[in-house]
Design a protein around this ligand. Structure first.
Ligand code: HDD
Length: 704
């Protein structure tokens, strides 16, 4: 039952003087500042035992100024509950943002599986998605360089299906036994407790340099994929091969992909760093604001389907999670759409308590033999037991299946159900309508395994460099440059030269030009020898589907534009540009030197969304600056205004400017280019704003 508590909507009324009742009769409350708290005006405030509370401002005292009494069970209950408000945060993916939504199937996979969610076209299934960073704690910022978790719980008619993926289609390691070491290496170093939410430190790169299997994932981690512009604009991948099983038990392998309808988009590193300071909740706020405003983000669910025979022809092993199947080899088939359309009522109850387990699959799905997946099938259930306190976490509303759950499991911490009758076992003859096995129940693929029982890594897992090279070769020139810059940044934070050298020796196996660029960036006089390997990279055809820039959609939809104005700004220009932004499907925020309203040139008033110093240009995809001459002259002395312009330019954004704004650009040392558009040319500004000005990058930054 819901714990009914005051919503806080009825605020206390301030009165001039509230008098303490000397006899202690509860006719008047004395709170801090002499506030009189309205009694009997809303839902009664109660203890957790349902006892109404008459005074929530004062603890029970032996005398007016005297000691507080142990007898005060109301105080003790309230403080005790507060003391236990926190549960252990997730060891990884602690920082997350959850949203409710719906999945609708558009193409049936009935040929391959019996799973209803994948066969009943038009059926809508409720979902809860949680997006996360990996390394940082629950209170860390939203925009570090990090992989993003993409976990979706689908409340299907045949039980819950958790697709617990990331925004990158491969992983760091091939075997789950290495996972604790990987995570310990990236987390805060144990002796010093830092760095928080950062891979740029010795222990991470030490581990990576000694784990060649991670090189492909490192290429992704150093790409702009780990700097997403918005959680609404990331791809999601189930990563492992799963199985689809038909009614005869025939198996087809499947990989799952989520594709954002808004397209992929990333930030630049310098921008991400500045966003972290300007708004540590940047991604959570972006999701909250858009879902609340009805701009529901959507993803297509696509599958890659292949048989054992297809897999035998791949030049890699699909059971190895450090490998992907290029779309050019097995094309994606779109089968449905997920729409996220409802913000949770309560962050803790839903986003924090949601428990995902890759082992949660409905009948008609099954697992492949990926050794990383097999470790996960154990780990997630185990972690929920300590994080949520016991084996009944499935009864918490956010985790509960939307279909009846009936079995003979009993008791345990926080048991919420009250089973009736004397039978708690099966088979039995005493409870005729008790839970029984079902012919529609979950079945595992009947596989014939043979081979040596041993701690062994398959030969087919030995190639660590070919796909790393393919990924690098598939990128556009600016994306390759960003990867080199990211490696230089991260390895520059590494204190031990031998770790830097080992990393460059691996990079020589991936791509000589990349290795050279990074070595130069790290001030190395000569290249170290390539890392010894029996399995050097084979050249694979590039896969343009792995780019971000090349795949960017020609749209401003779902993006945000900052419009910097002042009192006296030209109203016609402001109105035309804001109308064009809205027409393009984007959002705009009015920024001004002061909060409240600005009065435009035609005396109309415009509500201000953000004060200049607290709303830097890093919060936006493009900016328009329309200022009166007076305001422009004043802002020439305002560092926040100069930074606004300089950062927008440095981050390769389109900038719309009027005459007043041009003075600001000059002061910021900005030399206008094609991305700096006259504010009178709203259409030209929208076109420029749909992309970054990549040509500008070499002019504003010395890149490796
Ligand atoms: Fe994991 C959480 C994704 C490998 C052990 N993982 C977690 C979450 C995501 C992933 C998205 C957060 C779920 C949420 O929002 O609550 N993990 C992955 C992916 C992996 C992967 C895509 C590789 C393909 N993970 C992995 C391995 C292990 C774990 C190999 C252990 C052997 N992961 C965990 C965990 C977590 C977790 C410790 C922490 C909190 C939780 O499970 O519920 O059990």
């Amino acid at each position: 039952m819901a714990n009914e508590q005051s919503t806080g909507d009825s605020l206390p009324t301030k009165v001039a003087a509230a008098k303490p009742d000397p006899a202690g009769a509860l006719t008047t409350d004395v709170g801090n500042g002499g506030e009189l708290h309205q009694r009997d005006s809303g839902t009664p405030l109660t203890t957790n035992q349902g006892v109404p509370v008459s005074d929530n401002q004062n603890s029970l005292r032996a005398s007016t100024r005297g000691p507080t009494l142990l007898e005060d069970f109301i105080l003790r209950e309230k403080i005790t509950h507060f003391d236990h408000e926190r549960i252990p945060e997730r060891i990884v993916h602690a920082r997350g943002t959850g949203v409710h939504g719906v999945f609708e199937l558009t193409e049936s996979l009935a040929q391959y599986t019996t799973a209803k969610i994948l066969t009943e076209v038009g059926e809508k299934t409720e979902v809860f998605a949680r997006f996360s960073t990996v390394a940082g704690g629950a209170g860390s910022v939203d925009t570090p360089r990090d992989v993003r978790g993409f976990a979706v719980k689908m409340y299907t008619k045949e039980g819950n299906w958790d697709l617990v993926g990331n925004n990158i289609p491969v992983f760091f390691i091939q075997d789950a036994i290495k996972f604790p070491d990987l995570i310990h290496s990236v987390k805060m170093e144990p002796d010093r407790g830092f760095p928080q939410a950062a891979s740029a430190h010795d222990t991470f790169w030490d581990f990576i340099s000694l784990s060649p299997e991670s090189l492909h994932m490192i290429m992704w981690a150093m790409s702009d994929r780990t700097l997403p512009r918005s959680l609404r604009m990331i791809e999601g991948f189930g990563i492992h091969s799963f199985r689809l099983l038909d009614a005869q038990g025939k198996s087809t392998f499947v990989k799952f992909h989520w594709r954002p309808r808004l397209g992929l988009q990333s930030t630049l590193w310098d921008e991400a760093v500045k966003i972290a300071g300007a708004d540590p909740d940047f991604h959570r706020r972006d999701m909250f604001e858009n879902v609340s405003a009805g701009n529901f983000p959507e993803w297509d669910l696509a599958v890659q389907l292949f048989t054992e025979e297809d897999a035998a022809k791949f030049p890699f092993d699909h059971l190895d999670s450090t490998k992907l199947i290029p779309e050019e080899l097995i094309p994606l088939k779109v089968i449905g759409k997920m729409t996220l359309n409802r913000w949770p009522n309560n962050f803790f109850a839903e986003t924090e308590q949601v428990a995902f387990c890759p082992s949660h699959v409905p009948p008609g799905l099954d697992f492949s033999n990926d050794p990383l997946l097999h470790g996960r099938l154990h780990s997630y259930l185990d972690t929920q037991l300590s994080r949520l306190g016991g084996p009944n976490f499935h009864q918490i509303p956010i985790n509960a299946a939307k279909v009846p759950v009936s079995n003979n499991q009993r008791d345990g911490h926080m048991q919420m159900s009250q089973p009736v009758g004397r039978v708690a076992y099966e088979p039995n003859s005493l409870m005729k309508d008790g839970p029984r096995e079902s012919t529609r129940g979950f079945r595992s693929f009947a596989s014939a395994e043979n081979g040596t029982h041993a701690r062994i890594r398959s030969e087919t897992f030995a190639d660590h460099y070919s796909q790393a090279r393919m990924f690098f070769n598939s990128q556009t020139a600016p994306e390759q440059t960003h990867m080199a810059a990211a490696l230089v940044f991260e390895l520059s934070k590494v204190e031990h030269p031998h770790i830097r050298e080992t990393m460059v020796s691996h990079l020589r196996r991936v791509d000589e030009t990349l290795a050279q660029r990074v070595a130069t960036g790290l001030g190395m006089k000569k290249l170290p020898d390539p890392f010894p390997t029996d399995t050097p990279a084979e050249d694979m055809p590039p896969s343009p589907a792995l780019q971000i820039i090349g795949k960017m959609k020609d749209t401003l939809q779902g993006r945000a534009v900052g419009v910097l104005v002042s009192d006296g700004s030209d109203s016609a220009l402001v109105n035309a540009i804001t109308a064009a932004i809205t027409k393009a499907g984007a959002d705009f925020k009015i920024i001004a030197p002061h909060i409240g309203e600005v009065e435009l040139s035609d005396q109309s008033c415009l509500k201000v969304d953000g004060q200049l110093a607290g709303t830097p240009s890093v919060m936006f995809d493009a900016v328009a600056i329309i200022l009166s001459d007076d305001a422009a002259a004043k802002l020439l002395k305002e560092a926040a205004a100069i930074d606004f312009v300089r950062d927008a330019f440095g981050h390769l954004k389109a900038i719309a400017v009027d005459a007043g704004a041009k003075a600001l650009l000059d002061k910021a040392g900005v030399q206008a280019d094609a991305g700096v558009v006259d504010a009178g040319n709203a259409a030209g500004f929208i076109t420029a704003a749909k992309t970054r000005q990549w040509d500008r990058e070499p002019k504003v930054r010395n890149l490796p």
